[in-house]
Write a protein that binds this ligand. Structure first.
Ligand code: AMP
Length: 223
């Protein structure tokens, strides 16, 4: 099983991907997280990617596809995995299909209007320790200076700067939106309304997944 989460930046792919991972036990692979990790560690891949990321542009298909190919070859992906932020171009989707053409696939496109995205991303903070995602308005009234999970410091992503967000949205409309058509033709594409609370959106995600893939079953919660 391969679950692909599409949608503009800030549509909730990361948050929903974490919930899907926890429910079904598949690893969530976020291309953005892998790239940020490489940038932070100063690896050759990170050095190649950093300037593009800071401008809100896409990193080259070759770099990203190699990175994902290496990740999905690991044993924890054998039964399935969730992709968050990859593929982002039709060329990436074609390469992915070429790498693993036999996997069952469901593509959920989480849809949120641009205005709501701009608003959300201005409020988004991520944990510098574990990468958990917070939203200042949704978490208003609580202690949001620190991560509730690991106590790490919450920071704004460099590319959540409003100018860069505008560029990321342009790039999304030009380069990622066409994937809707690509996956519709394959018969695996479903739209999810991304407005509302995290729990409401997750309800729609589960409904769609379990309708399309009845073989999916929740893992037992660890005690
Ligand atoms: P994200 O965390 O998914 O919003 O990604 C942050 C940034 O990483 C993007 O704005 C791109 O610069 C880069 N990136 C992430 N995924 C991809 C991808 N599949 N292809 C190209 N660039 C990517």
């Amino acid at each position: 099983m391969r679950i692909v989460l599409l949608g503009p930046p800030g549509s909730g792919k990361g948050t929903q991907g974490d919930l899907v991972r926890d429910r079904y036990g598949f690893p969530k692979i976020s291309s953005g997280d892998l790239l940020r990790d490489a940038v932070q560690k100063g690896t050759p891949l990170g050095r190649k990617a950093e300037a593009c990321m800071n401008r809100g542009e896409l990193v080259s298909d070759d770099v990203v596809v190699d990175m994902i190919q290496e990740r999905i070859a690991r044993p924890d992906c054998r039964n399935g995995y969730i992709l968050d932020g990859f593929p982002r171009t039709t060329a990436q989707a074609e390469r992915l299909a070429g790498i693993e053409h036999e996997r069952n696939e469901i593509v959920l496109d989480i849809q949120v209007a641009d205005q709501a995205i701009i608003q959300r991303l201005s409020q988004r903070r991520i944990c510098s320790g574990c990468g958990a995602i917070f939203n200042l308005s949704a978490d208003a009234g609580r202690e949001v200076a620190k991560c509730r999970g690991c106590g790490g410091r919450l920071v704004r992503r460099d590319d959540d700067d409003p100018e860069v967000v505008r560029r990321r949205l342009e790039v999304y409309h030009a380069q990622t939106k066409p994937l809707a058509e690509y996956y519709s033709r394959k018969g695996v594409y479903r739209r999810i309304a991304g407005e509302g609370t995290v729990a409401e959106v997750f309800g729609r995600v589960i409904q769609e997944l379990e309708l399309r893939a009845p073989e999916l079953s929740p893992v037992e919660a660890e005690s």
